[in-house]
Ligand binder design. Structure first.
Ligand SMILES: Cc1cc2nc3c(=O)[nH]c(=O)nc-3n(C[C@H](O)[C@H](O)[C@H](O)COP(=O)(O)OP(=O)(O)OC[C@H]3O[C@@H](n4cnc5c(N)ncnc54)[C@H](O)[C@@H]3O)c2cc1C
Length: 422
């Protein structure tokens, strides 16, 4: 039996970076917005905690950059990545410095803090927040999504009606499943996220250590704290033998990453998640759209999910504003949203798959490391593209590869501004 009914212009399901930032933009534009989240905040989330520098202008637009940096002791700047190939050879690539580009540094911050700051921005903008409220069904309307049902903190079911619904409820999105069937990837993986406090961090650099089995990612997340994320194939699950912490310790040892966490202690229990490669078959329906991980997520290797959530929310905000202002043009606005997602994410996914294909094979990664070590410009171009400062399509052009391969100059600054955020 349902008890209460609420009505808004927009109901957003999920208050992670995608949902909160979309809520902020729409509330600032004058729409009545409800943000529903199954959890209560601050809450943790399995993540490598590294925010690509392309996200910096988006955090600034949302008014979240200053609050995050003011808590300097709980966030760290990230200026590039060091990569250790399977055989132990290291290469490093910093984000390039240009006057017109986005700042040459990303941020690494515990998701407990990032997501709480973003949610607070939405609240301040006027969005109504419903925590511990889990959406589980659509209500009425066979074709058009015009109401959802959620269970609140006391177990009560309520109906939320709106002119537009957004699924921003992350991996394994309930909203995506209410919109249509899901597709799974062919390479299921598991991730183990540990955060340590009381460590000495290695400056503003993240690390990726590769092995035949998978990858270990490291990022400093405060002056004395770090995130260590381990990604392994699902087939390794049998080796966990019910002892997650022990499994993670053994792998950290195998990656010779003990010095990174020396003297530290776990901030909270290891978080386990996977598989990641799950995509919806429908990202829009009449009266609704998906954003962030709910719209499809590929892999944590290049750590671009937070930028995708924030930038996707910017695209979604434009779409929803257009649809609510001109309801007769809703289907065109939703179609344009899908097109914009494809144009932006298509090349980025291709680049991600290409990188994934190389780093997962020792026979390819060893020569790739040798090539990158001699060509800092090429390495920085790649790290700028995966840092969302250069369009991925730019990097995928064969002519640019050939030019970068031919050049042995230590560093070439990128002159053209990255205009994806225009
Ligand atoms: C192991 C791992 C490491 C990663 N590392 C990085 C990294 O270093 N950098 C990076 O940029 N990205 C990284 N990512 C990706 C990044 O975490 C996500 O892309 C990002 O969190 C997506 O944001 P979102 O708002 O779409 O979803 P989420 O952050 O997942 O938020 C979804 C919200 O929806 C809520 N919710 C779920 N179901 C319901 C429901 N039925 N009703 C109501 N609420 C619901 C959840 O409680 C949650 O708060 C990583 C991902 C993984 C798995």
């Amino acid at each position: 039996m349902t008890h209460e009914s609420h009505s808004f212009d927009v109901v957003i399901v999920g208050a992670g970076p995608a949902g909160s930032s979309l809520g902020t933009r729409l509330a600032q534009a004058g729409f009545s917005v409800a943000l529903l989240d199954a959890r209560s905040f601050p809450r943790s989330k399995p993540c490598g905690d590294a925010i690509s520098p392309g996200a910096t202008p988006l955090l600034q637009e949302l008014g979240a950059w200053d609050p995050l940096l003011r808590e300097t002791d709980q966030a760290a700047l990230l200026e590039g990545w060091r990569i250790r190939s399977h055989g132990g050879a290291w290469t490093e690539a910093g984000f390039t410095r240009t006057a017109m580009d986005t700042p040459p540094a990303g941020l690494a911050v515990d998701r407990r803090i990032l997501d709480a700051v973003l949610l607070e921005r939405a609240r301040t903008a006027g969005a109504k927040i419903f925590e511990r409220t889990r959406v589980f069904a659509r209500h009425g309307g066979d074709r058009r999504c015009d109401a959802v049902v959620a269970r609140g903190p006391r177990g009560e079911a309520s109906i939320y009606r709106a002119r537009m619904f957004v699924g921003a409820d992350g991996l394994r999105s309930r909203m995506a499943r209410l919109f249509g069937p899901m597709r799974c990837g062919r390479n299921p993986r598991l991730a183990f996220v540990s955060r340590y406090v009381g460590v000495e961090t290695a400056g503003p650099w993240g690390e990726l250590r590769l092995s035949e089995e998978g990858v270990l990612g490291y990022a400093p997340i405060a002056s004395n704290a770090c995130n260590v994320t381990l990604v392994v194939p699902m087939s390794s699950a049998a080796r966990i033998e019910g002892d997650v912490a022990g499994f993670v310790r053994r792998r950290i040892d195998r990656y010779e990453a003990n010095p990174l966490i020396a003297g530290g202690e776990l901030l909270r229990d290891v978080e386990v998640t996977g598989p990641f490669e799950i995509a919806p078959t429908r990202r829009t329906v009449p009266g609704g759209l998906l954003v962030g991980d709910a719209a499809g997520y590929f892999d944590p290797l290049t750590g671009q999910g937070i930028h995708r959530a924030l930038y996707g929310a910017k695209l979604a905000a434009r779409t929803i504003e257009a649809s609510l202002t001109h309801p007769e043009a809703e289907s065109e606005a939703l179609w344009a949203y899908e097109q914009a997602l494809d144009a932006w994410l298509g090349p980025s996914r291709r680049l991600q798959r290409m990188i994934d294909g190389v780093v997962s094979r020792r026979s390819l990664m060893e020569p790739a490391t040798r090539i990158l070590r001699g060509r800092a410009a090429l390495a920085s171009r790649l790290v700028d593209a995966t840092g969302d400062r250069l369009p991925a399509g730019d990097v995928l052009q064969p002519t640019r590869w050939l030019a970068a391969l031919a050049s042995r100059a230590p560093r070439v600054e990128i002159e053209r501004p990255y205009d994806a955020h225009a």
